[in-house]
Ligand binder design. Structure first.
Ligand code: SF4
Length: 356
């Protein structure tokens, strides 16, 4: 049987082309796109103002909304919800809903697993199974919004996967969720996190969406301020050194004028000394950038240790002495599951145990 296309994967333009090929009038494009991306349709029959014969024709060669919530963990402390989603082929991915005072943010995944091998991350332990499609990424947002019953205005692509290795789908996803006939999320409220794929950052710097320069935010995982240390934590650093990475980051800033974010996971005894603070300050000096200091989540496989609060504060103060401000990331949902990626790992392990 021919593989059916997932209707959530189309941008509005692509949807229009598909409908035109079926001989459907152009005004139907906006109607159907809105049903999918603004009005929560999960079956063709939900589209009550679309003629029955068109719904039947669409259902014949499309799947619709092939992503479901497997489990939800809800924090009693702060409204954080952690989701495990199941994809049409059984793949499992995670998403997190976070409530702030004035807005709600979700963190979504972009690949099933990850091939990048960062030592501090549980998502990579089993490698990358596949790229996620644009529609799957969008559906993570819609399902979390529906389940939490709260409007989502901000999106960070920081869950499992290296989004810049799934570049085409990431661009299509950006097109879909920013469309004013759909969710209409502002590009400026979307942050894409990368471990530092230099050619893709360069490409992103020249990227346009409907003729205008891209305006999404870029967060770069540094985790160490020298090549030697970085190579020990992140295999990607063997391919692209810090000079190349910082050069690409500068070009992204120059072309978009979006403030960059650098992520630095604090790991006891590895990257939290005075010397590390000095190197980091040297690297970031003069940049219009935010620095997030993230006490590392202990991942059993890596043996990395999380510094206590006092040590994190001490590192932050050392950085300040060298002229750089960083903020220690607020921990949300600390009463629910631990590190990102572990929910999926545990479930995969449980499921495979069940299958034995
Ligand atoms: S930190 Fe990000 S890029 Fe690195 S292995 Fe984990 S998911 Fe992949």
């Amino acid at each position: 049987m021919a593989k059916v296309k997932e209707i959530f994967d189309y941008t509005k333009d692509e949807l229009g082309e598909m409908l035109a090929a079926k001989g459907v009038k152009p005004y139907r494009t906006k109607q159907i796109f809105s049903w999918l991306h603004a009005k929560g349709a999960r079956s063709f029959d939900d589209m009550t103002d679309i003629p029955k014969d068109l719904r039947v024709s669409l259902a014949a060669d499309h799947s619709i909304g092939a992503l479901s919530i497997e489990t939800v963990q809800k924090s009693k402390l702060d409204g954080t919800r952690k989701y495990l989603f199941r994809l049409y082929d059984g793949g499992l991915i995670e998403g997190v809903f976070m409530e702030y005072r004035d807005w709600n943010t979700v963190c979504i995944s972009s690949q099933v697993g990850c091939a990048m091998g960062c030592r501090l991350c549980a998502s990579t332990v089993k490698g990358c199974e596949r790229d996620m499609t644009a529609g799957e990424m969008a559906l993570e947002i819609y399902e979390m919004e529906r389940d939490a019953g709260k409007r989502i205005s901000n999106v960070v692509v920081m869950g499992s996967g290296e989004p810049l290795l799934n570049y085409e789908n990431l661009m299509r996803f950006t097109d879909i969720i920013t469309d004013s006939d759909g969710k209409g999320i502002s590009q400026r409220n979307i942050t894409v996190s990368t471990c530092g794929i230099v050619p893709a950052i360069e490409r992103l710097a020249g990227e346009k969406l409907h003729g205008d320069h891209l305006q999404i935010n870029l967060a770069i995982s540094l985790h160490a301020a020298t090549d030697e240390k970085r190579r020990k934590l992140m295999p990607v650093a063997k391919k692209y050194d810090l000079k190349q990475l910082m050069g690409a980051a500068d070009r992204y800033y120059d072309s978009t004028h979006r403030r960059l974010t650098f992520e630095y996971a604090l790991i006891e005894g590895e990257n939290d000394s005075e010397g590390d603070a000095k190197e980091l300050a040297r690297l970031l000096k003069g940049k219009n950038a935010l620095l997030n200091l993230i006490p590392v989540n202990p991942v059993t496989e890596s043996g990395l240790k999380r510094p206590d609060r006092r040590k994190c504060e001490a590192f932050k103060n050392k950085l300040e002495n060298f002229g750089i401000n960083g903020s220690i990331r607020r921990e949300l949902g600390s009463d629910i599951d631990g590190a990102c990626g572990q929910l999926r790992m545990r479930s995969t392990a449980e499921i495979s145990r069940m299958r034995v």
